[in-house]
Design a binder for this molecule. Structure first.
Ligand SMILES: [Zn+2]
Ligand SMILES: [Zn+2]
Length: 331
């Protein structure tokens, strides 16, 4: 058990090294800084703190009590299968589920609140996929790992599946100019998922796939133009700090405006700024990241209607089409 976790961690670290190297050599967007806006929030709070805390909640407080109550795992539904078949089975079935749940999140104003954080970064890179609302993680990972445990899969399947998720998550978000050709009909990659993070109306309801791209092609939501996006992230202002991002999903507020008005919020926010300054003051390239503005050339966003409403933006005159306008003939 421990052995597997050592191997999957090593694989993950090697993969990160390969991807960040390729991001420097053949970038999708040139000039994206390594320590981009939101880097520390994504690495420290989303990747380490949130993942660690939610793993305990999901496994110890949801899945284990479920199994204790129903005793499904004693029925050993998949126990006899070879491990690679178990892994393949759970990868494909979960990927099918996540396509539809992701698509639902983009069309439900309520569930959009659990997903917008994932779209809030204007500089998308290998680490960007880690930014997911806590509730989104709890829902998706419970639905992902509960069947693995309850159907009596080999205990190794959990760390193997988690490693595959991390490797693939890094891959689809990485800032690498991948030209995968026909493979993009099958395996999802940055060519289509980076478009999913674009602030372009034509992709607001497209490219929902995570691991396998064929869901998008099968269900008529694929968008794969031959040019690159100009605008990224959300068409409305979004808070930059972890806790504000979660509060914002419940109650809308303007972070900058609140910082101007409330001394309490300003001092709370000051902690984050001071901490970052302390950590990064000696490295000049990290300096621009403390403040509010995003170091981004294309900060102007088009007014378009998002499921969650256009916070701080005037709505577009025409209603958005729920299907992408280009590259999808069948639906
Ligand atoms: Zn999305
Ligand atoms: Zn994404």
């Amino acid at each position: 058990m421990h052995h597997v976790e050592l191997i999957t961690t090593a694989i993950l670290l090697i993969w990160v090294a390969i991807v960040i190297t390729l991001e420097r050599v053949i970038p999708y967007r040139k000039g994206l800084p390594f320590f981009r806006e939101g880097f520390w929030t994504d690495l420290v709070l989303y990747t380490f703190v949130q993942s660690f805390a939610l793993k305990i909640i999901i496994f110890d407080y949801i899945i284990q009590p479920l199994d204790q109550h129903f005793g499904f795992s004693k029925l050993h539904f998949v126990t006899g299968w070879p491990i690679w078949v178990q892994v393949l089975f759970f990868v494909v079935t979960h990927d099918f589920y996540i396509y539809w749940f992701h698509r639902f999140q983009h069309s439900s104003p309520l569930f959009w609140r659990t997903h917008e954080a994932h779209h809030s970064g204007k500089q998308v890179d290998w680490l960007a996929g880690s930014r997911s609302h806590a509730l989104e993680i709890i829902i998706n990972q419970t639905i992902e790992f509960a069947p693995i445990v309850l159907l009596g899969a080999d205990p190794m399947v959990v760390p193997i599946k988690a490693c595959i998720d991390a490797v693939w998550g890094i891959w689809i978000h990485c800032n690498i100019d991948v030209r995968s050709g026909r493979l993009q009909y099958f395996i999802n990659g940055p060519e289509m998922h980076l478009w999913h993070h674009a602030d372009h109306e034509e992709v607001f309801y497209a490219n929902f796939s995570t691991k396998f791209a064929f869901w998008d092609w099968m269900f008529g939501t694929a968008y794969r133009p031959d040019h690159k996006p100009l605008k990224w992230g959300l068409p409305y202002a979004f808070p930059k700090d972890y806790f504000s991002q979660h509060v914002f999903s419940v109650a809308r507020f303007d972070e900058e405006e609140l910082a101007r008005r409330s001394r309490l919020f300003r001092s709370y926010h000051g902690i984050r700024g001071r901490l970052l300054t302390k950590l990064t003051d000696r490295v000049p390239t990290l300096k621009p990241l403390h403040g509010w503005p995003v170091p981004e050339t294309h900060t102007v966003t088009i007014p378009a209607q998002r499921p969650g409403g256009n916070f701080g933006a005037t709505p577009a005159t025409s209603a958005p089409s729920h299907t992408p306008t280009a590259a999808t003939s069948s639906r």
